[in-house]
Design a protein around this ligand. Structure first.
Ligand SMILES: CC(C)(COP(=O)(O)OP(=O)(O)OC[C@H]1O[C@@H](n2cnc3c(N)ncnc32)[C@H](O)[C@@H]1OP(=O)(O)O)[C@@H](O)C(=O)NCCC(=O)NCCS
Length: 133
């Protein structure tokens, strides 16, 4: 399976996976957003401004999790972001999301802070950062 940068409208499978994973699918990306896909199994959505990138969403199809796809997708995104001159990466994630938090640490991200009550339901967000280059 190949990682590809998405150009043009969101494919139906991305919208379906987005909706199934997060409960609401986001619309078409703004001009500062970049999306990469891995086959039709995973996508990652980033916001990029100058030399900073924020990982907004990453999702792997439920039947394809635990096979290294999330890690491979992040690695490929980071390589392309690095080539675009992005240096500092950030993300936030629900503190209860152990799978994602382990993925980030396994991918070289470091925990950089905590936002108390960040989510609408009151859950805290753990912050992670990574420096490229
Ligand atoms: C988080 C997610 C993207 C991980 O993708 P994945 O393809 O299953 O992850 P990988 O197989 O590449 O795993 C990479 C590492 O992540 C960690 N990990 C992944 N799934 C895990 C799980 N269920 N429990 C514990 N650790 C897990 C492990 O450290 C793993 O490395 P290892 O296999 O060497 O132990 C996937 O579970 C997912 O889509 N979750 C729902 C969406 C989500 O929560 N996104 C993050 C917030 S935006």
């Amino acid at each position: 399976m190949k990682t590809e940068r998405l150009h043009g409208p969101l494919p139906a499978w991305v919208k379906a996976l987005d909706e199934a994973t997060f409960g609401e699918a986001w619309g078409e990306p703004d001009t500062h957003e970049l999306i990469w896909t891995l086959g039709e199994a995973a996508f990652a959505r980033w916001s990029v401004a100058a030399d900073e990138g924020e990982l907004l969403r990453v999702a792997v199809s439920p039947d394809k999790r635990g096979q290294g796809l999330g890690r491979a997708l992040l690695q490929a995104c980071e390589k392309e972001l690095d080539a675009l001159g992005v240096r500092d990466l950030h993300l936030e994630v629900r503190v209860s999301n152990g799978a994602a938090r382990r993925l980030y640490v396994a991918s070289g991200w470091r925990e950089s802070g905590l936002r108390k009550g960040y989510y609408r339901d009151g859950e805290d967000a753990a912050l992670y950062a990574k420096r490229l280059g």
